[in-house]
Design a binder for this molecule. Structure first.
Ligand code: SF4
Length: 247
């Protein structure tokens, strides 16, 4: 059990969010999350099987019994690297919340990082676990969760501690917004980010649902204008993979 991880899926796709948008990554999606965002539409429930893409971009999957052995993941990554040498920029650890699996990551990351750099997508609420893993992570994309969109109080202190721990590896800080997000609320998040990581870009990500963007373009521009009074690198980036109908 000690080298086995509970996974939802492993697949190859583009990074659809943030400043590395468009780069090809291997996504390893972990089960479970410590939060329950109202807008969450990611299937991160534990299943008997993990879905593993047959080849990079094939969009057809094999079933591998859960939990999955580290060796299975390494063999897959090495095979993909041999058939598509320069295709993948990094391995994206996603979820769910990958840091929910801190003990497993402590054993997996030194091995996975020998194959490709490690990109962590995280809700930014488990700073203690991050600190133990930081040496084996190359990029961190961290969320600041806004109450207007998530429907629970923002864990400001955890986000603050996480930002402090992650600062040297942060590639972006991101908040999902929708039409209910007041500029004042977003600006608290931007100020926190700017105080601790002034060189890191802040991404305003419009919430997307089945009917499209849950906020108008005009309102997004207003939010960016407000945020830009605090932080010098504020960008609006939607989830581009959804427009391409990719995972
Ligand atoms: S942190 Fe991410 S995976 Fe967890 S509930 Fe929120 S949106 Fe879903």
């Amino acid at each position: 059990m000690k080298d086995k991880g509970k996974l939802v899926e492993i697949f190859s796709s583009i990074q659809g969010e943030g400043p590395l948008v468009g780069v090809r990554q291997v996504f390893i999606r972990f089960c479970g999350c410590n939060l329950n965002c109202a807008y969450c539409d990611t299937d991160h429930t534990e299943d008997e099987f993990c879905l593993v893409e047959k080849a990079p971009g094939a969009q057809k999957f094999d079933q591998v019994a859960n939990p999955v052995e580290l060796k299975t993941v390494i063999d897959l990554l090495q095979e993909w690297k041999s058939v598509a040498t320069n295709l993948h920029h990094s391995i994206s650890l996603t979820g769910g919340e990958p840091l929910h699996h801190g003990n497993i990551l402590g054993r997996w990351l030194p091995e996975l990082r020998k194959i490709l750099p490690i990109y962590l997508e995280t809700n930014g609420t488990q700073p203690g676990i991050l600190s133990r893993l930081l040496d084996d992570i190359d990029y961190i994309s961290m969320d600041i969760k806004l109450e207007s969109v998530c429907h629970f109080p923002t864990p400001w202190e955890l986000h603050r501690d996480f930002l402090s721990a992650a600062a040297e590896k942060l590639c972006c800080i991101k908040s999902v917004v929708d039409s209910s997000t007041p500029a004042d609320e977003l600006c608290v998040a931007v100020r926190l980010a700017s105080d601790i990581a002034p060189e890191t870009c802040f991404i305003i990500q419009p919430r997307t649902d089945k009917s499209g963007l849950a906020i108008t373009a005009g309102r997004l521009l207003e939010l960016q204008m407000a945020a830009a009074t605090i932080h010098r690198d504020v960008r609006i980036i939607a989830q581009t993979h959804r427009f391409l109908d990719l995972l």
